[in-house]
Design a protein around this ligand. Structure first.
Ligand code: NDP
Ligand code: A1CAB
Length: 279
């Protein structure tokens, strides 16, 4: 992959992707440049940790960059697109990880027919275990979509989806790790309250989640079949599931996914609003 990739934004999501890319060895560290708004300490931290290049915005040699990965907060998108616009050529691709920012919004704020691809990774990119969605914009050529998929696969599984599925994908996979971390917080707490050492409680919880996820991935059985296999009549699992149901555990997960997906939609709507009139 002889391409130069510049991250604009050096926060937790940029680091997770950089870490996954570097570990995969599909991209060499010197192909990656990271840049941010002002935090030089952070740039140096990433530079030394991953052996990548770190540059202040004014040091970026725009012409030599093939791919820009936008990884700042959605609220900062307008200023970034505006500052990128004068420097772009038609061969350069803009990949955005920003939640709720549509490809058409970006296309409208960039030179005509600029190649734009929207992706939604998650923080498990850090260890090569992301589930990442890819939604190409109107002008992204096939070879760039294929290239982006290969790049995203360097840190996990990647799926090309229609952009209108991005909100639900974000609800399930983009935000998803947080639901499992929250679950782990509860598992650890329950273990602690029953007298387990917190490290052991954490390890047992993580191994149990990992085992269940691998069973779904590696065995040809549905989650329902797998759940039934654990559940002996009138046994411990039946009691656990009854309590989960009583406390609406399933509904809570559905609500979390829908809540995140709705917020992703809302964020897109907010961007579509015309600016307030000034006097
Ligand atoms: N965190 C997650 O799990 C996921 C996040 N995302 C998306 O990733 C994006 C980043 O999230 P996250 O990493 O958590 O955010 P962080 O707050 O950790 O990082 C934001 C980064 O953007 C930089 N930045 C701000 N303005 C500019 C600018 N004008 N030019 C260049 N860089 C700029 C900041 O630099 P400085 O510190 O110098 O201000 C900082 O490095 C969000 O849009 C989010 O929707 C998508 C999937 C998952
Ligand atoms: O919370 C957020 O908005 C971002 C997008 C998906 C995960 N984190």
């Amino acid at each position: 992959m002889a391409q130069t990739i510049a991250f604009l934004g050096a926060g937790s999501m940029a680091e997770a992707m950089i870490s996954g890319m570097v570990q995969s060895k599909q991209v060499t560290p010197n192909q990656i440049i990271v840049s941010n708004r002002s935090n030089t300490n952070r740039l140096n931290e990433l530079k030394y940790k991953y052996g990548i290049q770190a540059k202040k915005r004014e040091q970026l040699d725009f012409e030599k960059i093939d791919l820009f990965i936008l990884a700042m907060k959605p609220k900062d998108i307008d200023s970034v697109l505006e500052s990128l616009k004068p420097h772009l050529n038609p061969q350069q691709t803009i990949i955005s990880v920003l939640a709720g920012i549509s490809t058409s919004y970006m296309e409208d704020h960039l030179p005509e027919k600029q190649q734009v691809i929207r992706v939604m990774p998650n923080t498990s990119s850090m260890i090569g275990e992301s589930a990442t969605a890819i939604a190409p914009g109107a002008y992204a050529p096939k070879d760039r979509i294929t290239f982006t998929k290969t790049l995203m696969e360097s840190f996990g599984e990647a799926y090309v989806i229609d952009e209108d599925q991005m909100d639900i994908f974000t609800g399930i996979a983009g935000s998803g790790p947080a639901y499992f971390y929250n679950l782990m917080e509860h598992i650890e707490q329950a273990g602690l309250e029953a007298g387990l050492d917190s490290e052991i409680a954490r390890s047992i919880g993580a191994q149990t989640i990992l085992g269940a996820a691998k069973m779904i991935q590696e065995r040809d059985e549905s989650p329902t079949e797998l759940r039934e296999n654990v559940t002996s009549p009138n046994g411990t699992t039946a009691a656990g599931l009854k309590a989960l149901d009583k406390h609406r555990g399933g509904e809570a997960i559905t609500a979390a996914i829908k809540g995140a997906a709705t917020r992703s939609k809302e964020m897109a709507k907010q961007m579509e609003k015309p600016p307030l009139a000034t006097h």
